[in-house]
Design a protein around this ligand. Structure first.
Ligand SMILES: [Zn+2]
Ligand SMILES: [Zn+2]
Length: 208
């Protein structure tokens, strides 16, 4: 099975259907995926291409008529369209929420499209969880210790304490320093990702 990692020949699937291919076995019936999905070319067969769609994590045989060339570098900031980092669909800029404005005054948009973000936004924190966190929040000016990095600080003076939530269950978990809260968020609260990070560190461990 060809490995898509390292491939750089990107195409655009304008039609949104193809024959899924798993472990070298081609489906008999075509299946659908979002139109304008980005894909890397694995093989060129007659009138067809074997593509890998990262947004689907799946290989498809797609007919050549449904495939267009695409310049991936003419997407994103400063261009009309952008590739979502979850579904890998090329979408117009207004399908990405404005996040902040950069130093040059240009709008920065979120890396995931509105459809892919729905899932994230749905997990809003219920009010009772917010209230509970507010009630138990460490008092300003008190000595406090973060349960992850173990650093101590004076609340609201030299440490920013934030209420940490489980975004899947919408539950308040505890208080963390801002840095650790952002840290676990970057690892998407995912045990497997954290384990991979740990394995990576161990693999590259060096003693001074
Ligand atoms: Zn998306
Ligand atoms: Zn911390």
């Amino acid at each position: 099975m060809p490995n898509p990692i390292g491939s750089s020949q990107w195409v655009l699937c304008t039609e949104g259907s193809g024959y899924a291919c798993s472990h070298g076995i081609r489906d008999a019936i075509p299946s659908h995926f979002p139109k304008n999905s980005l894909a890397v070319v694995l093989e060129q067969v007659e009138h067809e291409m074997l593509l890998f769609l990262p947004g689907k994590n799946q290989q498809f045989f797609v007919r050549s008529q449904g495939i267009e060339q695409v310049d991936i570098y003419s997407t994103g900031k400063g261009f009309q369209k952008k590739i979502c980092n979850v579904c890998f669909v090329l979408k117009s800029m207004d399908e990405f929420q404005v996040n902040q404005t950069d130093a040059k005054g240009r709008k920065t948009r979120r890396p995931s499209c509105n459809i892919c973000r729905q899932d994230i936004d749905r997990r809003a924190i219920p009010n009772r969880e917010k209230k509970e966190a507010k009630r138990l929040r460490p008092k300003k000016g008190t000595l406090w210790q973060c349960s992850i990095c173990r650093k101590m600080g004076i609340v609201g003076v030299n440490v920013k304490v934030v209420a940490d939530h489980n975004h899947y269950a919408g539950r308040w978990r505890g208080f963390l320093c801002d840095s650790c809260n952002t840290g676990i968020g970057r690892f998407r609260d995912d045990e497997n990702i954290l384990r991979n990070a740990l394995a990576y560190l161990k693999e590259h461990e060096e003693y001074p």
